[in-house]
Design a protein around this ligand. Structure first.
Ligand code: COI
Length: 337
């Protein structure tokens, strides 16, 4: 038995038993690789990823379900997105079967680190980098793919209490026709300064607007954005600079097909927040988290008296119940380990 305080898991890295590692040359296919002990790795200071940020990652979760099984949630969607991200970054395109097979191997070998049912999940982080040494700006000649895992609890320190977010027009997350729609590591480094400044002001996260007109809401730094308004769920449409979240897609399907709520993927303006009954954000890490306050240019709007609304709660519980095999997995989203 591993010695972990399951009752107090946060979103931190706990060392586990093993991780997956594979390498691939430029213009080659991902086909080899295997498990190695969890630990530090060695890289040249001239590695492409360290200088020019050629890297992409994924976030997947495994759950120990009410039936006692260990399952992966929608790993095929993560595999497809990794293929999309790698292609855009000139990394050898990740083969989806290779990706799923590698994720499965790591979870099997670290099965003891999957938290007990209802006490969190095993967060799986596949990440790929250009690792050959080079100084000219060009794609690396060699790539490394690694997967590490860590047991996690809630992403935000305040758990599932409503978040207080700040809309920024001082910073953009992603440019039109840029790389906002892939899971590039650089997108997250661009969000660190706005996030740090927002936290100093007492906010939990930042909401970014579209870079062209600064009128339409795009996403939260670590999650996608939703409102519930006039009996409909609305989320920004995937315009090209928004990440197509796996949980975002799951929420749209759950709302439409299980809860019978209509969903619109559309433009959401700042003023729409003032007319919303509920506001929430979604992601693999955050799951479904209520937003209780949104501040723009010093003016704060409080949503649903700063409590989690009934629709947000229902959606959150439905997603978690599917992940935990408490209700039927009608879309075959779970893959048993
Ligand atoms: C996830 O939700 O898994 C993500 O990748 C967001 C992250 C930056 C924590």
């Amino acid at each position: 038995m591993v010695d972990i305080d399951w009752d107090n898991l946060g979103f931190d890295v706990t060392p586990t038993k093993s991780m997956f590692r594979a390498t691939c040359l430029e213009n080659s296919k991902w086909e080899h690789g295997g498990l190695i002990p969890f630990g530090n790795i060695e890289l040249s200071p001239a590695a492409n990823v360290l200088n020019y940020g050629q890297g992409a990652f994924e976030g997947v979760k495994a759950f120990r379900t009410a039936k006692g099984n260990v399952v992966l949630f929608r790993v095929d969607k993560n595999a497809a997105r990794m293929a999309f991200s790698t292609k855009r970054l000139c990394i050898p395109e990740m083969d989806t079967d290779f990706f799923i097979d590698a994720v499965t191997k790591v979870v099997k070998d670290n099965i003891e680190y999957v938290p007990p049912h209802g006490q969190g999940s095993l967060y799986i982080r596949p990440v790929v980098w250009g690792t050959s040494a080079g100084i000219g700006v060009k794609p690396a000649s060699e790539y490394t793919f690694m997967i590490f895992v860590t047991p996690v609890g809630p992403y935000f320190k305040k758990g599932i209490n409503p978040l207080s977010l700040k809309i920024t027009s001082q910073f953009h997350r992603a440019a039109p026709k840029g790389i906002g729609n892939i899971k590039a590591i650089g997108n997250y480094s661009a969000s660190l300064y706005p996030l740090t400044e927002a936290k100093k002001e007492g906010f939990d996260e930042v909401i970014y607007l579209d870079a062209a007109r600064e009128e339409i809401i795009e996403e939260v730094g670590s999650a996608n954005f939703f409102i519930f308004q006039d009996g409909k769920i609305k989320t920004p449409s995937l315009s090209g600079s928004i990440l197509g979240g796996v949980t975002r897609d799951s929420v749209c399907l759950v709302a439409r097909e299980i809860l019978g709520i209509s969903v619109e993927e559309t433009d959401i303006y700042i003023k729409d927040i003032e007319n919303s009954d509920e506001v929430f954000c979604t992601g693999t890490a955050v799951v479904v988290c209520p937003i209780g306050r949104v501040t723009f240019k010093g003016k704060t709007h409080v949503i649903n008296k700063n409590t989690m609304g009934p629709i947000t709660k229902k959606i959150r519980e439905t997603i978690l119940s599917i992940q935990n095999e408490e209700i039927k997995d009608t879309h075959n989203w779970l893959r048993h380990i």
